[in-house]
Design a binder for this molecule. Structure first.
Ligand SMILES: C[S@@+](CC[C@H](N)C(=O)[O-])C[C@H]1O[C@@H](n2cnc3c(N)ncnc32)[C@H](O)[C@@H]1O
Length: 311
C-alpha cells in the first residue's frame, strides 16, 4: 500500500460566488506502509487495510451506525452479521462495539422487503444486534446533529448523478445531511465508482463532497460566530486502486480504476485552535474595511486529503 497526501485549502467565500474551484496546495509524500506490506505482496487486503475496522475501533463506547440509500442488499445488515459472528468467535459482545444500525431508503417497497427478509432470517434467533429499517429521504434526515459515529453510503450518490438536472444538487444535499448527523470523532464512509485518483473522481470530490461539507458549514456559521456551536474540521482518507492498464474493446490500452472508499472524518477542534483555523482574512481587506471594521471572516478549515492506494 502506498500513501500520498495533499491539503486542499477550502476557500469558503468562493462558494458564495458560485465558484467551486479549490485552491490546492499539493504536497506529495510517497511512502510505504510497512504494517500492511506483507499482504499487499500476495494481492490480498489484510484486515488492517479494511476501512470499516479503522472506523469503528477503538470501542471507547458503543457506536451508532446509519446507512443511507441502503437498497435491498444493505451494508448495515452485513455489518450486524459480521459483528454477531465476531461475538461467537471471540466472546467480545457485538453490542459493546455497535449498539444501533439504522438503514434508510427512500423506497417504501425496499424497506418493507428488508423488514420481511429480516423477520424470516431471524425467526427464533437469539441475536440481539440487528439492523433497523426506515423509509426516509436522505436529503432531509430527521436525526439530530452529531448522532451517528459511522454513516455509510454505497452507490446512491453515483446513481443519483445520472439525473443531469438535479442529480448533483441532490448529492450535495445528501452529503450535507450526512455531515450534519455524523458525530464529532465519527466518520462518513462513501463507496463510489468515482475514484479521486483520476481527474473525473477528483472533480466529483470537489463538486459534490467538498460542496456538501461547505453547505453544512454555512448552515451553522452564524451559531459558530456566536460561539454557540462546536468547532470541527474534516479530513479524508481515500482508499483505492491507482489504476492499471487494460485493453479496451478496440484493443487500445486504457487506464482502469476500480471503486474508491472515502473515509471522511469529523474531527473536534480545540477552542484555543479554533480562532486560528476558522478565521481567514477577507480577500479585499486591504482596500475595503467592512462596516464593523472586521477584516476576518469564518471559513471552513482546510480539508486534509490522504490517498492510500493498493497495487
Ligand atoms: C443504486 S441503489 C444503491 C443501493 C445499495 N446501497 C447498494 O449498494 O446496493 C440506490 C438506492 O438509493 C435509494 N435512494 C434514492 N434516492 C434516495 C433518497 N433521496 N433518500 C434515500 N434513499 C434514496 C434508492 O431507493 C435505491 O435503493
Amino acid at each position: 500500500m502506498k500513501k500520498r497526501q495533499r491539503r486542499i485549502e477550502d476557500e469558503e467565500e468562493e462558494v458564495g460566488d458560485g465558484n467551486e474551484e479549490e485552491d490546492e496546495v499539493a504536497e506529495e509524500h510517497p511512502q510505504d506502509d510497512e504494517e500492511c506490506a506483507d499482504d499487499a505482496e500476495d494481492g490480498g487486503h489484510d484486515i488492517c487495510e479494511m476501512p470499516i475496522v479503522e472506523v469503528i475501533t477503538p470501542p471507547d463506547k458503543p457506536k451508532k451506525v446509519l446507512e443511507v440509500g441502503c437498497g435491498d442488499v444493505a451494508l448495515g445488515v452485513d455489518l450486524a452479521a459480521d459483528l454477531v459472528k465476531m461475538q461467537e468467535d471471540t466472546d467480545i459482545g457485538a453490542e459493546l462495539l455497535v449498539d444501533e444500525i439504522s438503514c434508510i431508503d427512500y423506497s417504501d417497497i425496499v424497506v418493507k422487503t428488508l423488514i420481511e427478509k429480516q423477520k424470516k432470517e431471524h425467526n427464533g434467533s437469539s441475536s440481539t444486534l440487528q439492523a433497523s429499517f426506515h423509509s426516509l429521504d436522505a436529503r432531509s434526515l430527521h436525526y439530530a446533529p452529531n448522532t451517528f459515529d459511522l454513516v455509510l453510503e454505497k452507490g446512491t450518490l453515483d446513481a443519483m448523478l445520472s439525473d443531469k438536472d438535479e442529480g448533483k444538487q441532490n448529492c450535495i444535499q445528501i452529503v450535507k445531511e450526512m455531515a450534519r448527523v455524523t458525530n464529532i470523532g465519527g466518520s462518513i464512509l462513501i463507496v463510489s465508482h468515482l475514484n479521486a485518483n483520476e481527474s473525473k473522481g477528483m472533480k466529483w470530490l470537489e463538486d459534490v463532497v467538498f460542496s456538501g461539507l461547505k453547505a453544512e458549514f454555512r448552515e451553522r456559521r452564524e451559531a459558530i460566530k456566536k460561539q454557540q456551536a462546536e468547532f470541527y474540521s474534516w479530513s479524508i482518507h481515500i482508499h483505492g486502486g491507482e489504476g492499471q492498464l487494460i485493453k479496451d474493446e478496440d484493443d487500445e490500452e486504457v487506464m482502469s480504476y476500480g471503486p474508491a472508499v472515502y473515509i471522511i472524518k469529523k474531527k473536534s477542534v480545540p477552542a484555543d485552535r479554533a480562532q486560528e483555523l476558522f478565521s481567514s482574512k477577507k480577500k479585499d481587506a486591504k482596500n475595503v474595511e467592512s462596516e464593523n471594521g472586521d477584516e476576518t471572516e469564518l471559513t471552513l478549515p482546510p480539508v486534509k486529503v490522504e490517498f492510500l492506494t493498493y497495487d
